[in-house]
Design a protein around this ligand. Structure first.
Ligand SMILES: [Zn+2]
Length: 389
């Protein structure tokens, strides 16, 4: 049986979807009792002539909710006299359109590069587009306190099904070029609401990072006939030194050239391009290995570690489908109990990273750490120098 979905509309017209765990009863939908405030009009995209990248400008976001106490949390269930963003007395996993989106609410196409004819870009209007796209909030639980790592496997699985549903649906919208599923966790990296949640951005262009990695994957396949990530997986599994966890369908490892003090990539063994292509067995397996990785990252220090968990999915209209490979990158700037890595001149201005710890050291710490929870998976066996277990 698969996750069930109920759809509703909030008072101001935003879409909301309820994803139900397979074994729990589906509650009837309630109406949003709030008066309909007008939605902020969309922001702007401005084209940076120097880098060839679009920059979203969303000035209305300055007034958004900032670190509310639990009694004022917009992601908690609604209670009599206290309507929240979610018109339900309880829920499992909920996705709704962000009230203060960087992209949207309009969806449409924008030019990949409006500067190709420079004679025509003298006008600002040629370098400006509506900030088309969609920003969604994914609420992992009705519990205000906790995090993804605290979800049981069934609930983690429901979140994965929600990600898959949103990826497929948003990728099918005209003009959407990339769907980015992610979670920011921790006030240290700018989280404005502590209630466990993630986000989804559907962009009308391919992001700068994905342009680079996608071009490399295409070139690698042209030269070798193989998918680049297949070769990276083989390289990491053969070495074993940086491996953290291995399951039937996924490997979790610290990449050879890790940039961050804590960095783990989780890669499916089978080539899929996006979360919605993962099959039943892979989603079950992912629910376990992802949660376990987060519990190990949280076990490194006495307090929860801030992180960004970023799903790298293939662009919607990618050049070579056989070159692309879905994966998750979890990164944290935390380099000691009370120290964060800040991006200074070399990283921030040049994009040239200087790492503080070796990938092998980080992997060993994550293999040996006591995960912050009882039901944990065994770590991958470190290999000796001959590559034997
Ligand atoms: Zn809350």
């Amino acid at each position: 049986m698969s996750t069930q979905i109920s759809r509703n509309t909030l008072a101001d017209g935003r879409e909301i979807l309820f994803f139900h765990d397979t074994d729990s009863p589906v509650a009837p939908l309630a109406e949003d009792q709030r008066s309909a405030e007008p939605r902020p009009s969309g922001g702007q995209l401005r084209f940076d002539l120097l880098t060839g990248e679009w920059v979203a400008v969303a000035t209305h976001r300055q007034s958004r909710t900032h670190l509310p106490v639990a009694a004022e949390c917009p992601l908690c269930p609604s209670a009599p006299g206290r309507p929240t963003e979610i018109p339900a007395a309880d829920y499992e996993v909920v996705v709704f359109e962000n009230r203060f989106p960087s992209l949207g609410p309009g969806i449409g196409a924008v030019s990949a590069d409006p500067s190709h004819n420079f004679a025509e870009v003298a006008a600002e209007s040629a370098l400006t587009a509506p900030a088309y796209g969609r920003c969604e909030v994914v609420v992992f639980s009705s519990e205000h306190n906790g995090s993804f790592a605290d979800l049981d496997t069934a609930r983690a699985r429901t979140v994965i099904d929600a990600w898959a549903n949103r990826t497929r649906e948003l990728a099918s919208c005209a003009g959407i070029e990339q769907v980015f599923v992610f979670e920011n966790r921790g006030e240290e990296i700018g989280v404005t609401i502590n209630h466990p949640h993630g986000q989804i951005y559907a962009y009308p262009y391919v992001t700068p990072h994905t342009k680079v990695t996608s071009a490399r994957a295409v070139q690698h396949r042209r030269e070798t006939g193989r998918a680049l990530m297949a070769d990276i997986l083989a390289f990491e599994r053969r070495s074993g030194e940086r491996m953290v966890l291995e399951s039937a369908h996924f490997s979790a490892f610290v990449p050879y050239a890790a940039r961050w003090p804590v960095e783990v990539h989780i890669v499916p063994h089978r080539q899929v391009l996006s979360i919605d292509e993962l099959d039943e067995a892979e989603r079950e397996d992912l629910a376990r290995i992802y949660s376990e990785t987060l519990r190990r990252i949280d076990g490194l220090y006495s307090t929860p570690t801030p992180y960004i968990a970023a799903w790298h999915q293939a662009p919607v209209n990618c050049e070579d489908r056989a070159a692309e490979w879905l994966h998750l990158e979890i990164t944290s700037p935390r380099r000691a109990e009370n120290k964060l890595k800040f991006l200074a001149g070399s990283e921030a201005a040049m994009g040239a990273f200087v790492g503080d710890v070796s990938a092998e050291e980080t992997a060993a710490r994550l293999r040996n750490v006591q995960p912050r929870s009882a039901d944990s998976m065994p770590a991958a066996e470190p290999t000796n120098e001959d590559g034997h277990r």
